[in-house]
Design a protein around this ligand. Structure first.
Ligand code: MLT
Length: 410
């Protein structure tokens, strides 16, 4: 008899975005004439930049010629891409990295979900609340959490760090010891950021407690304001305690193409039961070389074009486009009397539901009355209840139309 991994049975029936897709499909089946605008899952709508397409085409051509054909590539990514990542995303910010600290992958979702494998099952983890559900669900699957407490809407043994209106959506340091801390800034879902001084407190906590910061910077390219750190490694001491996840998905339209990377500095250490230190970089290399065969050559050839002059210009245009959508949503909702957060340095707008409406009720009402789909805050955790997330990744036309409908139909 094959036994199930019972940790999976602790999870809610479906992943948040699958549940939303299910509800939307059901609504569409019952209302075939409804013109639905999707501002739910953070999926991009702008096409790949032409520089990227050209890079991919050249990569495909090379794969079709015997002189330039390539078989398995290095699991951690081609040097040509890694060098450009360091040169463009880190060196200008005063962050020094060596090539073997960068691991190219097929997505930050996978990396953030897989990285927990390197940690002992007895580690105590902390997440902000609300939080991107992948951090929690992947740890539940691994057995690092207790049961789901339905009343609290939280798993036992996870330390939740509330991000509320009262604390300006900024998590406080944990009151009890934690070993693994997931932070995402600019934040998904609240769209808020932390200053360098605020991030420094987390680095100091991690150094004092020998904890690890799992820092998701997937949205760093959307930072508009000066002085907001783009990388945790801009903070002194972070190389000892932090790992950073980055993605081409939202920055360069790679949600369907898949390319990302993770930075694991050589100084970051985890400990065995005898107190001996082990390099997280070496462990991640071991994991990736065993379980992953690298991102396809044409995709990496496309990703490197993001750093060409043409690529940079085109990506800037795309990001400007989405951030104008963010402004339209943020200001439109404010005009309509809603309380909103985010949308200044991030492509997400986090709004309070009106009249303390439950967030799934608001989801149903918005879909039913305005034919607009967003993401209910409760899907991101107990402290997301009473909130709702809209993304700026729609088309301009749909974004304008969605705000118009919210103003007139809600
Ligand atoms: C989101 O909507 O939160 C993101 O699209 C999820 C993801 O990037 O996996």
């Amino acid at each position: 008899m094959a036994l199930v991994n019972e940790n999976y049975l602790k999870l809610p029936g479906s992943y948040l975005f699958s549940e939303i897709a299910r509800r939307v499909n059901e609504f569409k089946a019952n209302n075939p004439e409804a013109d639905i605008i999707r501002l739910g899952i953070g999926d991009v709508t702008r096409p790949l930049p032409t520089a990227v397409v050209k890079g991919m085409q050249e990569g495909v051509e090379e794969m079709g010629r015997s002189e330039t054909f390539r078989g398995y590539g290095p699991e951690q990514g081609y040097q040509f891409l890694i060098e450009k990542i360091i040169e463009n995303d880190f060196t200008p910010r005063g962050v020094e990295l060596s090539a073997d600290e960068v691991f190219v992958s097929d997505g930050a979702k996978n990396d953030t979900a897989n990285f927990q494998e390197l940690f002992g099952i007895e580690n105590i983890m902390a997440v902000t609340d609300p939080v991107y559900p992948v951090y929690v669900d992947s740890n539940v699957m691994a057995g690092r959490t207790g049961k789901f407490n339905i009343e609290k809407g939280q798993y036992e043994t996870i330390v939740y760090l509330p991000c509320t209106e009262e604390n300006g959506m900024k998590p406080s340091l944990p009151e009890t010891h934690v070993d693994m801390i997931y932070l995402c800034f600019p934040n998904n879902p609240t769209g808020m950021t932390l200053s360098k001084e605020e991030l420094k407190q987390w680095v100091d906590y991690a150094r004092e407690n020998r904890s690890i910061l799992l820092f998701d910077a997937a949205y760093e390219a959307f930072i508009r304001e000066e002085g907001v750190p783009h990388s945790i490694f801009e903070v002194e001491g972070a190389r000892e305690v932090a790992v950073e996840f980055r993605s081409f998905s939202k920055t360069a339209g790679f949600t369907g193409t898949r390319c990302a990377y993770t930075i694991v500095p050589k100084e970051v250490k985890v400990y065995d039961s005898k107190g001996e230190a082990h390099s997280l970089n070496q462990l991640w290399l071991r994991r990736q070389t065993t379980k992953f065969n690298g991102v396809s050559y044409p995709v990496q050839a496309g990703a490197v074009a993001v750093f060409s002059d043409e690529g940079k210009k085109q990506i800037k245009e795309t990001i400007d486009y989405y951030m104008e959508n963010a402004r339209i949503i943020r200001e439109g909702l404010q005009d309509a009397g809603y309380t909103v957060f985010g949308g200044v340095n991030a492509p997400y707008i986090w709004m309070k539901t009106p009249n303390n409406m439950d967030s799934w009720q608001f989801f149903d009402k918005l879909m039913g009355d305005a034919h607009v789909v967003g993401t209910p805050g409760a899907g991101f955790g107990a402290n997301g209840e009473g909130y709702f997330r809209l993304t700026a990744f729609g088309t301009r036309e749909n974004t304008l139309q969605a705000i118009e409908r919210i103003k007139t139909r809600m």
